[in-house]
Design a protein around this ligand. Structure first.
Ligand code: GAL
Length: 412
């Protein structure tokens, strides 16, 4: 063995001897692969690596939640679980929890007073099954936004819209300037999400609650909902030339001035940040399409599959605790474009759009997200309906509304 190899061997042994007995490589799966998402999740990974004796093994799954969740679920059910994984707030992991496959975090949650920390506490309720806590909420993402390119409207010679009606009225000028009025990707969750935003803006929260919480099919068949489906058909026409696939590619159309606007959750902010654009200068944001200013409490939580290894369990609990810490809450959410899940952090670096969201949140004008009130199967049926509706102009608003009502009739 030459000197170099022996030095390397000694070094490795030295490191090995110095590493605490319970240092763990923790595999964490998520679907954050866009520029903004990757910058945000790195804040958690770096904090975990720097503040614990463990190592974050990044298990990013490209695509979207609709791609990642089946992979995650099949691994857990197949006995090959990761140590931590992202789900959206709500009911996506409820069957895994009910099967006893997810770590009970209740003792940690009680020791750290999560019910006093998490705001709104409905986010923790979405982690709670039969009085036990099984996930740590990490952010609030609201779908209820449209993002508008100042460059696009300047090129078209019209003012940046301040509400949905003005957005629709300005569309012909954008078209005349060869600019796509509404950017839209082709994934089903994007079509379903955009429809939900239009539904709340045009139909109002009460109608949304009757349908999504009370599962009232008569409300789904109402005249008010007919107006929502007509508005969705109008939006479909405005996005006809948007042929990109992924949500962040559609956001890039707005960032580059090739499209006027995008209806998308506030994770889009991470993309504007990575592109070096400033809210209020390069782009504007209209909560509730400028019609019904509301924040829906969607977003993300992390669950920890049960793994029979006390060192892993200890590392899982350390990560759960770190995710809710003030430091990680600020660093992660500022990069992610989401709002923190605790009300006692100082977001002095928040931009204009985040401040709009925080003000709406503090005013209490919040509502649950679809993922929090509809089971995963119903959400998948709605995604299938709206991606078909959005991509087939022969699919009339009336036909789509009837199919919608049938899905709501069977929703659990
Ligand atoms: C959502 C998730 C966000 C965002 C988005 C696009 O489900 O809550 O964090 O990243 O997907 O990937």
């Amino acid at each position: 063995m030459n000197i170099k190899t022996s030095l390397m061997a000694a070094t490795m042994l030295g490191f090995a001897a110095a590493a605490p007995a319970n240092a763990v490589d923790l595999e964490v799966t998520h679907w954050w692969t866009s520029g903004g998402e990757a910058a945000a999740v790195a804040e958690i990974a770096n904090a975990f690596n720097e503040q614990t004796e463990h190592s974050w093994v990044d298990g990013a799954i490209a695509g979207s939640g609709g791609t990642a969740r089946p992979i995650v679920i099949s691994r857990i059910l197949g006995g090959d679980p990761m140590a931590a994984t992202q789900f959206n707030h709500g009911r996506q992991a409820e069957e895994l929890v009910e099967a006893g496959l997810m770590l009970d975090l209740t003792e940690l949650a009680e020791a750290e007073g999560w019910r006093d920390i998490v705001h709104p506490v409905s986010l923790l309720d979405s982690c709670t099954v039969d009085g036990r806590v099984y996930c740590v909420p990490i952010n609030i993402h609201s779908w209820q936004w449209i993002w508008l390119s100042h460059a696009a409207y300047e090129a078209a010679g019209v003012d940046v819209p301040s509400n949905w009606d003005e957005f629709v009225s300005a569309a012909p000028a954008l078209e005349a300037a060869d600019i796509i009025p509404l950017a839209m990707g082709q994934q089903p969750w994007q079509s379903n999400g955009a429809f939900g935003v239009i539904q709340i803006a045009i139909g109002g929260q009460d109608l949304w609650n009757s349908i999504n919480i009370d599962k009232d099919a008569d409300a789904a068949r109402s005249e008010q909902m007919a107006a929502v489906f007509q508005a969705a058909a109008n939006a479909r026409a405005l996005s006809a030339r948007s042929t990109v696939q992924d949500w962040n590619q559609a956001t890039a159309l707005v960032i580059n001035g090739q499209a006027g606007g995008q209806i998308m959750g506030d994770w889009a902010q991470g993309e504007f940040q990575v592109a070096g654009q400033t809210a209020g200068e390069d782009y504007s944001c209209l909560p509730g399409l400028g019609v019904n200013e509301v924040i829906s409490t969607g977003g993300d939580a992390f669950y920890f599959p049960v793994i029979d290894d006390p060192d892993v369990r200890e590392a899982q609990l350390e990560l759960a605790s770190l995710m809710l810490s003030r430091e990680v809450q600020v660093a992660f959410n500022l990069k992610k474009g989401s709002l923190p899940v605790r009300g006692d952090v100082d977001l002095e670096a928040a931009n204009d759009c985040m401040r709009k969201g925080l003000a709406i949140l503090e005013a209490g004008n919040i509502m649950l997200s679809g993922d929090q009130v509809l089971d995963a199967d119903t959400q998948t049926q709605l995604e299938d309906l709206f991606v078909e509706f959005w991509n087939d102009t022969s699919y009339s608003p009336e036909e789509a509304q009837e199919r919608y009502a049938q899905i709501i009739e069977q929703a659990r």
